[in-house]
Design a protein around this ligand. Structure first.
Ligand SMILES: [Cu+2]
Length: 154
């Protein structure tokens, strides 16, 4: 019984892993800014792709390609807008200097489902989410490890 009160090496390892998951800097977040080029096709009433993802500081170029009627692309939070005529390509170029998840939406009334023509512009790694997943996984692994029957005592 006395031995159970000692801080066993297992708990020290688990504790160190937990600290590492919470505090080790994310290599993606520290990566140098890159040139990111996207081609987004707009047609009634959707964008393809619907979601784009960049890292903070990236230089982003979006080519908006329109196939049917005039569509636009307005990015919430960045206050950027571009419109393109059918068969044309319009280009938006900017630096992703604001982290977060932003919506982009069509800025030209293009038909009945125009209000639903939206997409997502994600800036930044989902750091907190990944750390939470890491801690959850560690908790499960730790529980299995600690409860595993101990081998022969030395
Ligand atoms: Cu529209």
């Amino acid at each position: 019984m006395m031995a159970r009160l000692r801080l066993s090496p297992r708990w020290i390892v688990i504790g160190l892993l937990a600290l590492a998951i919470v505090f080790v800097p994310n290599p993606i977040a520290l990566a140098a800014p890159a040139e990111r080029h996207f081609r987004i096709e707009a047609s009634a009433f959707q964008y393809t792709p619907e979601t784009i993802h960049v890292n903070p500081g990236d230089h982003v170029t979006i080519d908006l390609v329109v196939t049917d009627v005039v569509h636009g692309l307005y990015i919430d939070g960045y206050d950027l807008n571009v419109t393109a005529d059918p068969g044309q390509t319009a280009t938006l170029s900017f630096v992703a200097d604001r982290s977060g998840s932003f919506r982009f939406r069509c800025s030209v009334t293009c038909g009945a489902l125009h209000p639903f023509m939206i997409g997502k512009f994600n800036v930044g790694s989902n750091d907190l989410l990944w750390r939470a997943i890491g801690l959850g996984t560690l908790a499960v692994v730790a529980a299995i490890w600690v409860m595993r029957p101990k081998g022969e005592r030395k």
